[in-house]
Write a protein that binds this ligand. Sequence first.
Ligand SMILES: [Zn+2]
Ligand SMILES: [Zn+2]
Length: 290
Amino acid sequence: MTAADLATSARDVPLDSHLHTNLSPDCNVAIDVYAAQAVEHGIDEIAITDHVDFEPGAPAYEFIPFATRERVVREAAERWGPHGVAIRFGVEITYDSRFDSAIRDHLDQHRYDYVIGSVHVYADSPYGASRIDAWIAGRSLAEIVAPYFEEVERAIRSELFDTIGHLDFVKRYLHPHVTAADLAAVPELYEPLLVALVESGTALEVNASGLRQAPQETYPSAAVVARYQLLGGTAVSAGSDAHTKESFSSGLEEAYRVAAAAGFRDLAFRRGGDRVAVTLPDRYGTPAHT
Ligand SMILES: [Zn+2]
Ligand SMILES: [Zn+2]
């Protein structure tokens, strides 16, 4: 574990709602490793949100059957509940509008506690490492982000998801050609996404993984989360998006601070039934109830 990871590990927080285990193709952490860390860190509740893709050939396409994922997570929940950590069975579905109906069918037929919808960047995307230079050349910022942002808007408008994961993850792939500061200078590009979130009632995730990646800020930034609140947004979630033992709970406290600074008093979550609100600890400067 590096010093930076230690510095950013969260302690005594109620919830990390975005974690990957070895049930994801890009992670080799056993669920019990996180559960033990959650006990050690005083984290009361974690949602296991392994990847599920619908594009044939994508990394998490038919990677682990639903029944296996559910059994592994539910059994871990049984083992770890007595130790003071609640483990929820979630999923991070890669939204791809070409597979909207397959995703819809899957969610109709399979019960998760909590569902994150995210747009990812795979090799055939204009943001892939071998294509990014050609994609950026001669295009405006609005044109550059359009394929990603338009797909995110479709994910939101699908109303399939509790929350939208890492709203501007494309920031990772644009760096250093287009920086986080460049994107901060064009807040209007985010406006359709934020309006769609408000109109659909979908939560906005404050994803901490950007803090340990090139953008060095959450996905999306604090300013975007604040704008969402001003537009009438009422639901934020927060997750570390850990894929390694070392990144367990990494940046989660900063994500909490971003939510609190935007005026949120609690995190939006679901435990299978109705949505629940998980109160942010007072130390983040959570605004007083009025
Ligand atoms: Zn993701
Ligand atoms: Zn993730």
